[in-house]
Design a protein around this ligand. Structure first.
Ligand SMILES: [Zn+2]
Length: 280
C-alpha cells in the first residue's frame, strides 16, 4: 500500500502554481462492503441465537399448539430466560467491537489518504504534505459511536422481538403462527446492519475529506454526486454547486446525510496559497 504512494512521487514533474481540475475523489466502496459483511455476521449470530434459544422455548410453552394463552404466568419467565440466553450468545463484547471498529476506521482512513494525496499530486504535479493533529480524535469519535452501534444490533433486535413474542403469546397465537412471525423478523437486524455500514462509512469518509481539505486551506468545494439510481433527488440537483466548508447545506456536507456517497471536489487555491508543505 505505502509503495503505491511513493512511486509516482519519484516520477513527479515540476510543480504547477495553478492547479489542474481535481480528479474524482473515490468513495471507499470496498471498505463499505467489508463493514457490511462484518455487521451482517453479527446480525446473523442474533438470528442463530433466536433459532437456538427462543424458538425451542416457544415450542416448550405451546406443546398443545391450540389457540389459547397459557394459564400460568410461568411462560413469561421461561421466555425471559430464553431471551437472556440468546442475548448472551449473540452479544458483541467490548474487545471484539473495539478491534473491529479500529480495523475498519484505519482502512477507510488509508483509502481516504490515498485519494487525497493522489488528487493533490495530479492537480499540482508535486506531493503535498501537512501534519494532521486532529485526525486521531476524529477517528476515536467515530470508533466510539460505532462500538455502540455494533453492540446495539443484537440488543435492539432481541428487545424488539421479545416485546412482539410476549404480545403474541398473550393473544393466544398458535405455535405455528408465532414461529412464522418470529422468522419474519429476521430481516430487521440484517437491514439495520446494512444501513449502519452504509451510513457510517460515508460519514467517516466525509469527515476525513472535510478535515483534510480544510487542513490545507481549502475554503469551498463543488458538490459532486455518484450519479446513480441510489443518489437522492436533492443531491442530484446540487451537482456542481459551490459550498463553503464553514457553511454546510441544511443536511450537512457530502457524506453526512444518511447513506450519502456524494463527494466534495475541492476548489483548490494557487500552490503558493496552500497551507501545506510541498515535497519535491
Ligand atoms: Zn449524497
Amino acid at each position: 500500500m505505502a509503495s503505491r504512494l511513493t512511486l509516482p512521487a519519484m516520477a513527479a514533474a515540476k510543480p504547477r502554481s495553478t492547479p489542474r481540475k481535481p480528479r474524482r475523489w473515490r468513495y471507499p466502496a470496498g471498505q463499505e462492503a467489508d463493514y457490511q459483511r462484518r455487521l451482517a455476521s453479527i446480525a446473523q449470530a442474533a438470528i442463530g441465537a433466536v433459532e437456538k434459544h427462543v424458538l425451542p422455548a416457544l415450542a416448550g410453552l405451546r406443546q398443545d399448539d391450540i389457540q389459547n394463552t397459557p394459564e400460568s404466568e410461568g411462560w413469561f419467565e421461561s421466555l425471559r430466560r430464553a431471551f437472556v440466553s440468546a442475548l448472551a450468545e449473540a452479544a458483541v463484547n467490548n474487545t471484539q467491537a473495539n478491534e473491529l471498529v479500529a480495523l475498519v476506521a484505519s482502512r477507510v482512513e488509508r483509502y481516504n489518504a490515498q485519494q487525497y494525496h493522489g488528487l493533490l499530486r495530479q492537480a499540482y504535479g508535486v506531493d503535498i504534505t501537512k501534519a494532521e493533529p486532529k485526525l486521531p480524535q476524529l477517528m476515536r469519535m467515530w470508533e466510539a459511536e460505532n462500538v455502540g452501534l455494533i453492540k446495539s444490533i443484537p440488543q435492539q433486535y432481541l428487545d424488539t422481538l421479545h416485546g412482539r413474542v410476549v404480545a403474541a403469546v398473550r393473544k393466544g397465537t398458535s405455535l405455528r403462527d408465532m414461529t412464522r412471525q418470529v422468522r419474519d423478523t429476521y430481516n430487521l437486524p440484517r437491514n439495520r446492519a446494512e444501513l449502519i455500514a452504509r451510513d457510517q462509512i460515508g460519514k467517516l469518509n466525509g469527515d476525513l475529506t472535510e478535515y483534510r481539505q480544510t487542513n490545507i486551506g481549502v475554503k469551498s468545494y463543488l458538490w459532486r454526486g455518484v450519479m446513480d439510481v441510489r443518489e437522492r433527488e436533492e443531491h442530484v440537483e446540487r451537482e456542481g454547486e459551490e459550498f463553503q466548508w464553514d457553511t454546510p447545506p441544511p443536511d450537512g456536507h457530502p457524506g453526512q446525510p444518511i447513506r450519502c456517497r456524494c463527494w466534495a471536489e475541492p476548489k483548490l487555491p494557487l500552490l503558493d496559497d496552500l497551507d501545506a508543505l510541498i515535497v519535491h
